[in-house]
Design a binder for this molecule. Structure first.
Ligand SMILES: NC(=O)CC(=O)C(=O)O
Length: 276
């Protein structure tokens, strides 16, 4: 069972030209592989600008569109596990914000649809309503990487601690969130939420943002790796870059032994209160 590996989070620049986005992603994936990555992860909406007015135009079916073709080929050519950020997905005339995961043989390992849609309204800050055009997913999705269980979420999902806890209860040691926080929420919430999810659940958390752009939805950047102690071990700036983490899963074992919160949960009490 693999316990040590190198992860690469690709904080890439995303623009309006889909082909250019795919070419850029493929180039950066190959670079991450050359630098020793076994798992490479891309950001939310890496093939299209992030915005409700773009989702319909850029949507593709999975696994048949050009974006999945590129992802499958890149995973196979580089023999890596590839978390393909997210793309707007179309199925039966409905749209979803969907993350795909590819095996080193280029096979589709998992597909997760954003479960909590990003609907917020902060006067003077940001108003965004994914539910105007997207449907929410209804399933937790995990994949296994040579014995390591990894749970998937997308961006706003990281605000929901119940989702992270359910993944931990199902044996996950890593949670991966492709995400695109913004200039209003990013500065205070991005890092803190990930540290919270990591510490609460004693898991590694990887979050991958697009690089900051000049117009439209301005992404916060700061892709991040947080360890099960709740410590940020690597964080990007806001430009295009790849960050790396040498992940040692024995850190999960150690912290879970030293602070055994998952054997001390008082579900007898919680359940009584919940059912009142
Ligand atoms: N873009 C998102 O889904 C979430 C986000 O920016 C936030 O929660 O803030």
């Amino acid at each position: 069972m693999m316990r040590l590996f190198r992860a690469a989070l690709v904080q890439m620049q995303v623009g309006k030209d889909r082909t250019q986005n795919l070419v850029n992603a493929a180039k950066l994936i190959a670079e991450a592989k050359c630098d020793g990555a076994k798992l490479v992860a891309l950001p939310e909406c890496f093939n299209s600008p992030y915005g409700t007015k773009f989702f319909n135009e850029y949507a593709e079916s999975i696994p048949n569109g050009p974006t999945c073709e590129m992802l499958s080929k890149a995973a196979k050519e580089n023999s890596i596990y590839l978390v393909g950020g997210t793309l707007p997905e179309r199925e039966n005339n409905k749209l979803y914000n969907t993350c795909t995961v590819w095996s080193p043989k280029g096979e589709l390992l998992a597909k997760y649809r954003k479960m909590h849609l990003f609907d917020i309204d902060i006067p003077g800050g940001i108003t965004f309503k994914e539910s105007d055009v997207l449907q929410a997913g209804n399933e937790l999705v995990m994949f296994e990487m040579e014995g390591i269980k990894v749970g998937l979420g997308i961006c706003y999902d990281m605000r929901f601690e119940e989702l992270a806890k359910l993944y931990r209860l199902q044996g996950c040691e890593i949670l991966i969130y492709p995400g695109a926080f913004n200039m209003t929420t990013g500065p205070i919430h991005w890092e803190l939420l990930q540290r919270g999810r990591a510490l609460d659940n004693q898991v590694f958390v990887f979050a991958i943002s697009p690089a900051r752009n000049e117009q439209g939805y301005i992404a916060w950047g700061h892709s991040q790796i947080t360890n099960p102690w709740g410590k940020v071990t690597t964080q990007a700036g806001h430009s295009q870059e790849i960050i790396y983490g040498d992940i040692d899963l024995s850190e999960c074992d150690k912290i879970r032994q030293q602070i055994p919160i998952f054997t001390q949960r008082r579900t007898d009490i919680y359940d009584t209160v919940k059912n009142k």
